[in-house]
Ligand binder design. Structure first.
Ligand SMILES: NC(=O)c1ccc[n+]([C@@H]2O[C@H](COP(=O)([O-])OP(=O)(O)OC[C@H]3O[C@@H](n4cnc5c(N)ncnc54)[C@H](OP(=O)(O)O)[C@@H]3O)[C@@H](O)[C@H]2O)c1
Length: 251
């Protein structure tokens, strides 16, 4: 089951998992886009279920997980990927949107995971993938609610991971850097610091990295991997890192 499968990372990962032989449940709001992705999977000889849902609503997320479980006869791999971002001074950010961002980016993953994990535990096997962000590890200015939602997701995933590891459930945290998807509008690309634009990567490389990480039993990946070096710099020289982040994002 892949949330946010109508576009970008979720779409590419759903297509790849189907190629690897998985029967895939596709979740997002836009049913026509999910139908398009499902048709592409079927055209390649795969199998896909379309489960439209607005994951801002926790009850809708729980229902979607149950529908996917019923139609597939159990879900072995859940990819918590649906999410959206924003770019705005915290003092100007609309409260309704901050509330919604937390529900889509964090609480939907709680609801989907809480609904599907018992079945995985009963079967003694399962995979949980959480698509967070480098922003969850290194928060930047003008992204406060987004960075907070991704930091929460990483903490949730790490805690669950240690609880279920010995029971056959593997948890993978994914921290993408800048990936070329519809996540970013033309306006976003224009205001992005040059260093971030230069580091943008195609979605296929991230999908390869995720599939390799699952096969190898990795617990966390950052893509591109070189960015993870910045986590060490932040841990060893937090003041230096803070100045670097402020310089590149605020000018
Ligand atoms: N692209 C990057 O550089 C980047 C970097 C770091 C992290 N990420 C994370 O990667 C994930 C996927 O992003 P992407 O780059 O693939 O962006 P994207 O192309 O915009 O895809 C976002 C997906 O989330 C779904 N979604 C958004 N709100 C939803 C809602 N209320 N209910 C159900 N589904 C919803 C969208 O589907 P509908 O609109 O059809 O609902 C879409 O399928 C996100 O969590 C994002 O934060 C991306």
């Amino acid at each position: 089951m892949v949330s946010g499968a109508s576009s970008g990372i979720g779409e590419a990962l759903a297509l790849r998992l189907a190629r690897e032989g998985a029967r895939v449940a596709l979740v997002a709001r836009r049913e026509n886009e999910l139908d398009r992705v499902a048709a592409a999977i079927v055209a390649e000889g795969g199998s896909a279920e379309v489960v439209p849902a607005d994951l801002a609503d926790a009850d809708a997320a729980i229902d979607a997980a149950r529908v996917a479980e019923d139609r597939l006869g159990g879900v072995d791999l859940l990819v918590n990927n649906a999410g959206y971002g924003g770019h705005c001074a915290f003092s100007d950010w609309d409260f309704e949107d901050m509330d919604r961002m937390m529900r889509v980016n964090y609480l939907a993953s709680v609801a989907l995971t809480r609904t599907l994990l018992p079945g995985m535990l009963a079967r003694g096997r399962g995979w949980l993938v959480f698509v967070a962000s480098v922003a969850g590890r290194i928060p930047t200015p003008l992204e406060a609610p987004y960075a907070a939602s991704k930091a929460a997701l990483l903490a949730l995933a790490e805690s669950i991971s240690m609880e279920v590891d010995a029971r056959g459930i593997h948890v993978l945290k994914v921290c993408p850097g800048v990936i070329e998807t519809p996540f970013f509008s033309e306006h976003d690309w224009a205001r992005m610091p040059a260093v971030a634009r230069r580091g943008a990567r195609p979605v296929e490389g991230l999908v390869d990295h995720i599939v390799r990480a699952l096969a190898r039993g990795r617990h966390e990946i950052t893509h591109p991997a070189a960015i993870a070096f910045a986590y060490r710099v932040k841990a060893m020289a937090p003041g230096f890192m803070r100045r670097q982040v402020m310089r590149t994002t605020l000018g």
